[in-house]
Ligand binder design. Structure first.
Ligand code: SAM
Ligand code: SF4
Length: 473
């Protein structure tokens, strides 16, 4: 057959694993730290540069009081200087807990016979989404176990259903996914359904440790999981989220793994992860793991601050696994997205189940505040809760990067859109006390906009008060 350069496709060449355990340990073991070095590295972050592995290791190895103080203050300064006081809100929606894998930290593991298995029917799915909309949610993350039933076609249909449900003035404007890794064709299919971010957590970047926790099923293949988001990129899905489950291995190694994964994506696809997640292990039905690698609150706070400084442009997610007090504190160190009103038992947005049954859910959560309670506390802290989905819907992908790198982007787009989505929430869902606090916070944030922008936003708020919805720029 004649060679045709138009139709020739390179055969799939297996990717070289980009996590080198020895290299990461070498950095961790041989990078001394001092307050002076820490200061210089923080200046680099504040000048909006991602840190390399050596610099990240220097921050991780900083154990003296002065350096730790510098790191926390640096993260706070970066968060305030670059992102201001917005916090994006979302809700998780568990669609199905069937799973063919045996991850020993997870209640959904196939060997857990106590877990009551369920997949939401289309009707149940619609009712859950209606309940979420009626509380004011606009952004969802759909969560699935790894099971043949939850194939790309099923995930895509679920996404389309989520976008189609409209209850009262409610609607879902962005659907993200946390599900099993797909092949390139599968990623293409879910992208076409209009998803936002596709998250796949590596759980632990340590290859040997990984084997001990993933006993059975497709997820036991470390490399297939590690390269998932490369396949997503190949499929044109460039909005991806990475994460590590903190407590499986040394947290310092995981931070290095997350930064290495980030610079791999940057180097190969010119785009880093949209979000980084760092869930900590919580109790689960049939949880069988030792506590040796559990990170204390103090270590966890450092981890968050270090990640903020190491990858200044990315979104950072902190979920209701953590209690409200810790969440309120960690928001200052650079977290940009949190869930509110979270329920993880299948079907519980409708049933309003109060006590979590571990045999019907993946793990235990520690923040069971309603969405409105979360918003109230954010407002009390002077934060600006946001349901904005503008960039994604206008095709401005990589918005975190734009917020971060385009001068004035936040004041031109993010703050006005946060104000407008909060105004909708206050009009449609908030009790009077929350509304009063909310309008005050809106006024305060308005002061930071120039006069022209203020006029535009005031005009849009007036239209919202007259019943128009979904106004953004
Ligand atoms: N089945 C998909 C997968 O494994 O990628 C979806 C993941 S699961 C539904 C979402 C995430 O929850 C996992 O990636 C893991 O990091 C986290 N997780 C699992 N068990 C947990 C536990 N006991 N405590 C806290 N987080 C847990
Ligand atoms: Fe299944 Fe994911 Fe739980 Fe593993 S973490 S058992 S793949 S749901």
């Amino acid at each position: 057959m004649q060679f045709n350069p138009e139709t020739y496709r390179m055969p799939d060449i297996p990717m070289q694993p980009f996590i080198d355990t020895a290299e990461i340990w070498d950095y961790l073991n041989n990078t001394p730290s001092s307050p002076e070095k820490v200061r210089r590295i923080i200046d680099k972050s504040l000048a909006k540069n991602r840190l390399n592995l050596k610099e990240t290791a220097t921050l991780i190895n900083a154990n003296d009081e002065e350096s730790i103080r510098l790191i926390k203050e640096g993260a706070k300064a970066l968060k305030t200087k670059i992102y201001g006081n917005r916090i994006v809100l979302f809700a998780p929606l568990y669609v199905g807990n069937k799973c063919a894998n045996d991850c020993i930290y997870c209640g959904f593991r196939v060997s857990n016979r106590e877990q009551v298995r369920k997949t939401l029917s289309r009707d149940e799915l619609i009712k859950e989404i209606e309940a979420l909309e009626e509380s004011g949610q606009k952004r969802l993350i759909l969560v699935f176990g790894e099971h043949a039933e939850y194939n790309p076609g099923f995930i895509a249909e679920t996404v389309k259903t989520a976008y189609s449900v409209k209850k009262g003035r409610g609607e879902i404007r962005r659907v993200n996914i946390n599900a099993a890794p797909l092949d390139i064709e599968g990623f293409r299919m879910v992208k076409e359904a209009g998803i936002g971010t596709y998250q796949v957590f590596q759980e632990t970047y340590h290859r040997e440790a990984y084997k001990n926790y993933h006993l059975w099923g497709k997820k036991a293949d470390y490399d297939y999981r590690l390269t998932s988001l490369d396949r997503a990129q190949e499929a044109g899905l460039d909005d991806v989220g990475i994460g590590a489950l903190i407590g499986l291995y040394d947290w310092r190694f995981e931070v290095m793994g997350l930064v290495r994964h980030t610079n791999h994506l940057e180097a190969c696809y010119n785009v880093g992860p949209h979000t980084i997640s760092f869930p900590r292990i919580k109790d689960a039905s049939m949880l069988r793991i030792g506590k040796h690698y559990f990170a204390s609150d103090e270590e966890f706070t450092r981890l968050v601050a270090i990640l903020r400084l190491a990858v200044p442009y990315t979104g950072m997610i902190l979920t209701a696994r953590e209690p409200a007090t810790l969440r309120n504190e960690l928001i200052q160190y650079g977290v940009s997205q949190i869930d509110g009103g979270t329920k993880i038992e299948l079907g519980s947005y409708v049933s309003q189940q109060k006590n979590l049954d571990l045999n019907r859910s993946q793990f235990h959560i520690n923040d069971d505040r309603s969405l409105n309670e979360v918003i109230e506390e954010l407002l009390q802290q002077g934060m600006l809760p946001s349901f904005c989905t503008a960039c994604y819907r206008l095709g401005r992908t990589g918005e975190h990067f734009m917020e971060f790198s385009v001068p004035g982007f936040i004041k031109r787009f993010c703050t006005p859109n946060a104000i407008l989505t909060l105004a909708e929430y206050l009009e449609d869902y908030a009790p009077e006390t929350t509304a009063q606090k909310g309008w005050k916070v809106i006024e305060k944030n308005m002061d930071e906009l120039n006069e022209k922008m203020q006029n535009e936003v005031r005009d849009k708020i007036a239209r919202i008060k007259q019943g128009e919805r979904d106004l953004y720029r």
